[in-house]
Ligand binder design. Sequence first.
Ligand code: CO8
Length: 258
Amino acid sequence: MTYETILVEQRDAVTLITLNRPQALNALNGQVLTDLSAAFAAYDADPTQHCAVLTGSEKAFAAGADIKEMVEKEAADFFLQDFFSGWQTGVVATRKPWIAAVAGFALGGGCELAMMADFIIAADTAKFGQPEIKLGVAPGMGGSQRLTRAVGKAKAMEMCLTGRMMGAEEAERSGLVSRVVAAADLLDDALKTAAAIAAMPPMAAMVNKEMVNIAFETGLAQGLLTERRMFQILTATQDKKEGMTAFVEKRPGVWKGR
Ligand code: CO8
């Protein structure tokens, strides 16, 4: 399949998706959403693919939603099109794990897209920010919610109200990214991490992702009950039997994905 705004390649069991609108610093327009939705759906549906990496360029992961696409739109257009809702159904709904590998600017919708990933690995050049306030608006793709959950109220509030950028080191200290690596190593590191995830029992990986996400959406008691039930369901898989048997027999597991 060919796409207009992204590049997609498979490296063994890892799908690498690269945002490719260099002339606009990977600004996210409707075509990017269409392309990403198709790429993530294809990844989810492909039984040979078990982890994905989404990345941008050295200069920009993505510099935000496409301002030029929004400048002439009126409130009724945004409302009637339920603008930005497609990111939830097209990207966030991905059931298999994926990592955002971020170098350079991740601003506005770019920061929000990175936060849709299961986790973010940042280059030391990464800069995160929610500068929408400077445009007279506010985050619309989850920034006020996901950033607050990631870094807490004080920092999220300061970033949304001032529009200032947060560097990679501060982002790691604040819990926004899992790790910072040298920019030159970003892609290698993210692909290696993805390959390690892809080598895990696939259904267990999907369930682990779902369980951690549930922690953000339910109270503790409901989350703990859901976790226990999901754990119990996983014990019925062939991969549970194989994983535990392989441990006892001191050999690597061979996964069936069910
Ligand atoms: N949208 C469209 N085009 C963009 C964007 C963007 N978000 N960001 C950069 N570009 C374009 C520039 O216009 C420029 O194009 P051209 O060459 O045709 O003039 C090209 O990319 C290169 O950009 P710059 O020349 O500006 O590059 P610099 O290195 O000088 O600056 C910056 C880099 C600091 C990243 C700068 O480009 C910038 O500030 N960009 C905008 C960042 C921003 O404000 N992002 C948030 C956008 S809004 C959003 O994401 C959510 C909105 C929610 C709205 C809800 C409505 C309901």
